[in-house]
Design a protein around this ligand. Sequence first.
Ligand SMILES: CC(C)(COP(=O)(O)OP(=O)(O)OC[C@H]1O[C@@H](n2cnc3c(N)ncnc32)[C@H](O)[C@@H]1OP(=O)(O)O)[C@@H](O)C(=O)NCCC(=O)NCCS
Length: 195
Amino acid sequence: MTTPNEQRPAGSTQENETNTTLASDAPSAEKTKDYSRGLPFTGHEHAIVLENDEYAAKFVPFLPEVGFVREAVFFGEQNVPMDCDLDEADEDPSVCVHVAVYHKVTMETVAVGRILSDGHIGRVSVLKAHRGKGLGNMVMRALLKCPDLPKTVWLGSQEYAIPFYEKLGFTVYGDMFYDGDTAMIPHYHMKLTRE
Ligand SMILES: CC(C)(COP(=O)(O)OP(=O)(O)OC[C@H]1O[C@@H](n2cnc3c(N)ncnc32)[C@H](O)[C@@H]1OP(=O)(O)O)[C@@H](O)C(=O)NCCC(=O)NCCS
């Protein structure tokens, strides 16, 4: 799910190109897999970034449960090939921070997202059964707490998700584009310049 047509907005100053897709050696997933429950959260050594009574969000490396949520959502629901979703940035903590949101009692990991050092947010996803509970919003607010980000952060939003990001203050810029590897999904660039 790299986006070669994507362009950084002005204000996003870091130039390192980190979203190159590599051939993935991830196991091919079965569509028959049960994606209704998330894998148990394993990143116990990490500090909580945000929490409410039920859920907590942490900055984590590319834990298996992060990949599982993305597999369930992007492959299981949206038919994005896993070798498009996974890239070398995922496993490079010098350029990529992941957020995982998990249920504090069941320990299920139910929502994830990532931010790259150039301010590029992506892979924001919530397991289907857990949507509409503010967890996508929690992922985004946690990502925006990542230290040392450029002032302007940006993303490529699927068209239907634009209102979700607008509620967080993001605005659309530029024309519609098709994601490089999932050509049939219309996307728009969105950006947020923080104080
Ligand atoms: C987009 C997605 C992350 C939203 O997650 P979610 O947990 O359901 O969203 P939240 O419950 O945190 O919603 C936060 C706010 O955005 C609104 N919102 C969420 N999705 C929306 C949508 N598709 N259209 C309009 N508003 C939406 C909610 O109504 C809520 O508004 P409120 O604060 O006024 O109540 C989720 O639908 C998802 O994982 N989709 C599949 C993966 C995907 O397409 N990701 C985006 C890639 S660009």
